[in-house]
Design a protein around this ligand. Sequence first.
Ligand code: TXA
Ligand code: MG
Length: 331
Amino acid sequence: RTRIIKVDPENPEDDKIGIAAEEIKKGNLVAFPTETVYGLGADALNEKAVRKIFEVKGRPADNPLIVHVSSVDQIYEIAQPNEIAKKLIDAFFPGPLTLVMKNKKVPKITTAGLDTVAVRMPDHKVALKLIELSETPIAAPSANKSGKPSPTKAEHVLEDLGNLVDVIIDGGETKIGLESTVVDTTVYPVEILRPGAITKEELEEYVDVKYAEDFSVAKSPGMKYKHYAPDAETIVLVGKNFLKKATQIAEDFVKKGYRVGVAGLNLEEKRNDVIYKNFGRNLEEMAKNLFKVLRELDKECDVIIVQGVEEKGIGKAIMNRLYKAGRVFRI
Ligand code: TXA
Ligand code: MG
């Protein structure tokens, strides 16, 4: 049975987080909020505990986990940051940035046998307190079933993994809504393996950066898997007059008897036989609401038509997730 513990995200109560920390110490699974998405956590140094993560998520064993820390000292206990990594740690930790570095002592199951380890210090009071009270780094992938959109609310975790995790800490909706930027610091220029809220431009103020965009040779094992995919047929339209064109396409599908949803920025309702959902007013709001809206529409629709955005700033991360969610067309 899953225990759900509601906490105040701004001021998490020690005794409540302590209950979850005890579970981590026992080698059990705890889902917890971060500023990006909810994570499915276990003691990163306990092989048996980490194995449970892979089992519960249905995650391929060759896809390594991110190890979460609560202090800079803890980074040095598990990894060997080079000068470049140190610069980025100074500049961006805690925050939505994961650094791939040389591994020091994290077991192979956590790193999927690589000699590197991915490390992140979340900028979230609940996550930091959980790691601190657990007295160990916490390995945590996003707390969704493999192939589903990442969870941005405790209810999403319950939907996907209900009764498979020991504790879910409910700290409300996550702020950013997309997973962290993953950067490989063992090469130079450093490589963005997964775009996120920390953009290439921001990183470039400190180091030389390029996108690892050759997706055919997956450098980050996670790059080769289809992620974030709703069950519904998902169509992404990039270009002008989205509302008009999406509504035309929706009309064709409705005539054939399909249930259709349209999701975009600042949308107004055009037809009452189509479900319209708003991502919000700007790209930050879209990032925050993207996975939640896809999950909502997936429950009610056979076809989802999504507004694509310009691949600039956080738009790069949004489009990276949409490429994996469905088919992208220029209009
Ligand atoms: O925001 C986030 O990063 C969330 C929260 C919970 O922290 N976590 C998350 O984890 O998104 P996950 O497992 O869903 O994605 C981790 C990504 C995968 O694409 C994985 O392949 C990559 O990081 N990764 C992990 N270790 C790596 C390594 N040593 N080298 C290259 N890529 C690595
Ligand atoms: Mg994930």
